[in-house]
Structure formats: C-alpha cells, structure tokens
Design a protein around this ligand. Structure first.
Ligand code: GLV
Length: 314
C-alpha cells in the first residue's frame, strides 16, 4: 500500500492530518527496510538530520515528495530530487519569529554571560556583587552585522533595533529599500561586516558558498571584544578557528545553536566558558514546532491529492 514514511514522531496534529492523505498509510520512524516496503513509499517526511541524497532516493523509487520539517534543506540533494521528479518542500515563515527570539536570547546570553553566571552560582562561586565582577559586552548602541537579511535575519534585526542596536547586513543581493529603511540597515560586503560589527549573527543557508564563511581569516578581522552568534548551520563556521579566536582573541564570546558535526561539539569549544552552547533549539517552542510539522503534513497531503505543494523550495 502507498506509504507516507515519517522519519521522526511529530508534535501536534500533523500525523492526523497525514492520515487524511488519500489512499496512503502513515508509518512513523521505520528504519530503512524495517517493516516498510521501500517501493511503497510515496512521501517522506524528513527532518534535518536525514540525509536525502542520490542513494536514499534510489532506495525509494516511487517517492513523489520529500517534506522537510525545517526551513533549511541542505540535507536534501535538490538536483537529485529534480532529476527524479520528486517535489521538495520546507517550512518557511512559521518558524521565523521563534528563531529570531532564540537568536536574540543567545546574543544576550553570550554578551552578558548569563549561562556562565548560572554555572558560577550553581557551583557555589558567587561571592557577592562587585563593581568589576563578570563584566560582559554592552548591547545597546552596539552594531549588529546580519549575514543574510532573509526572513529570520530581518526578524532578528527588528529585535536588535528594539534593543538599540545599529544594523549592518550582507548578502548576495541588496534587500528591498523598504526593508533597509524599516531596519535602518546598511548594506556592506562580508569582509567589511566582519570588521565593523560588534556582534555578527549568521542567517544564511548552508551551501558551497557559505561553508566555513566564518574562518580564521574572517574571525581575525573581527573587533576585539566582539561576539559571534550562529543559529544557521554549523558548517558555516570553522569551529577549530572559532575556539582559537575565543581563546586568544579577538572574540569575547559566542552563542551557538548549531555545530559542524552535529550533534558532536568541538572539544575546544566545550572547554571554554565564553561560549553559550545550545542543542539546536532555534525553532523549538511548542507552537512553532507544531506549525512546522503541520505545514510538512499539509504539503504531503496536497501533493498526494494531485495539488501543488504549499511551500516548495525555490
Ligand atoms: C532548523 O534548523 C531549520 O532549518 O528549520
């Protein structure tokens, strides 16, 4: 029987919605080959840890859609999908505000040493207030450099403006003038952004042009005492180089939600107090995750019903 293979259990009503897909059964969490005839699989609801490459596609010869429960889709080989006529969808918009909230949280935690302070208090190390005790980096009046002023980058910049920050941004093409005006955001080159920002936040997709976008050379350009935040994709940053820049400068701190070899974290980062490490939680509030799962399910139902997908990847 035609099967919708859901790689991981989903929150909210997404599975109920999937069960409405005409003439298909829903199987959650089957291991490749385990309990599912791969020839029956017509839809795959994938998560960002699923690698959907040529080999995976070859094992699913009747696949019609890959519905990724994420806005990023670097885990999916788009060209291979296109070659096989497999539709690929993602979950834009529904996670924008949530991810921008989390980015701001990481930025503040890194700048003001919130997670480090928590560890100090729990460890019994809080000896009382003192004028020079655990001083962090000022946020208001500082300059935030946004790499990728897309949906999440713009939502982060909006929050940064509310915190009194100035905004620089870089991306391949200049943003619409109205957005620049709204955010009072100044367009600049990648290298200038790294040398002129007090905070840099990454919001670019991962592809061959952004892999190790933050390398030793770019880190060396950053201002003394600056802060890097990454809620995009881990491989955009050379983690070994980042650990070095946190140890010997110029960076004061970093806030990371994503890792080069996720879920592994570079041991040199784990050893440092001036980096806040989150376990890929950018979109992880209940309402947002339910909305992402629902959108992925609705994409599957649309395609299996012969309708156009709601959110195909560009
Ligand atoms: C999460 O990282 C996403 O791309 O949605």
């Amino acid at each position: 029987m035609p099967t919708v293979l859901v790689s991981k259990d989903l929150p909210g009503d997404a599975l109920d919605r999937l069960r409405r897909a005409p003439g298909a059964r829903v199987v959650v969490g089957a291991h490749p080959g385990g309990g599912v005839d791969l020839e029956d699989v017509v839809a795959l609801v994938a998560v960002l840890t699923d690698v959907v490459d040529g080999a995976r596609l070859a094992s699913l010869p009747n696949l019609r859609i890959v519905a990724n429960v994420a806005v990023g889709y670097d885990n999916v080989d788009l060209a291979a999908c296109r070659a096989r006529g497999v539709v690929v969808t993602n979950t834009p918009d529904v996670l924008t505000e949530s991810t921008a909230d989390f980015t701001m949280g990481l930025l503040l935690a890194a700048a003001r040493r919130i997670a480090e302070g928590d560890r100090v208090v729990r460890g019994g190390g809080f000896g009382g207030w003192a004028p020079s005790y655990m001083l962090g980096t000022a946020v208001s009046g500082a300059t935030l450099g946004v790499v990728g002023l897309g949906r999440i980058g713009a939502a982060t910049a909006r929050r940064a403006r509310a915190f009194g920050m100035n905004v620089l941004y870089t991306q391949r093409r200049r943003a619409p003038e109205a957005l620049e005006r709204e955010l009072a955001a100044t367009y600049t080159s990648v290298d200038a952004l790294f040398s002129e920002s007090d905070f840099v936040s990454l919001h670019c997709p991962l592809d061959e042009t952004t892999r190790h976008l933050v390398d030793a050379e770019r880190l060396a350009r950053m201002k003394p005492g600056s802060v890097l935040v990454n809620t995009a994709r881990g491989p955009c940053v050379d983690e070994a180089a980042l650990a070095q820049a946190l140890a010997t400068g110029p960076l004061a701190a970093a806030g990371l939600d994503v890792y080069e070899r996720e879920p592994a974290v570079h041991p040199a980062l784990l050893a440092r107090d001036n980096v806040v490490l989150a376990p890929h939680l950018g979109s992880a509030d209940r309402r947002t995750r339910e909305a992402m799962a629902r959108l992925a399910a609705d994409n599957v139902v649309a395609v299996l019903s012969g309708e156009p997908p709601l959110t195909p990847v560009p």
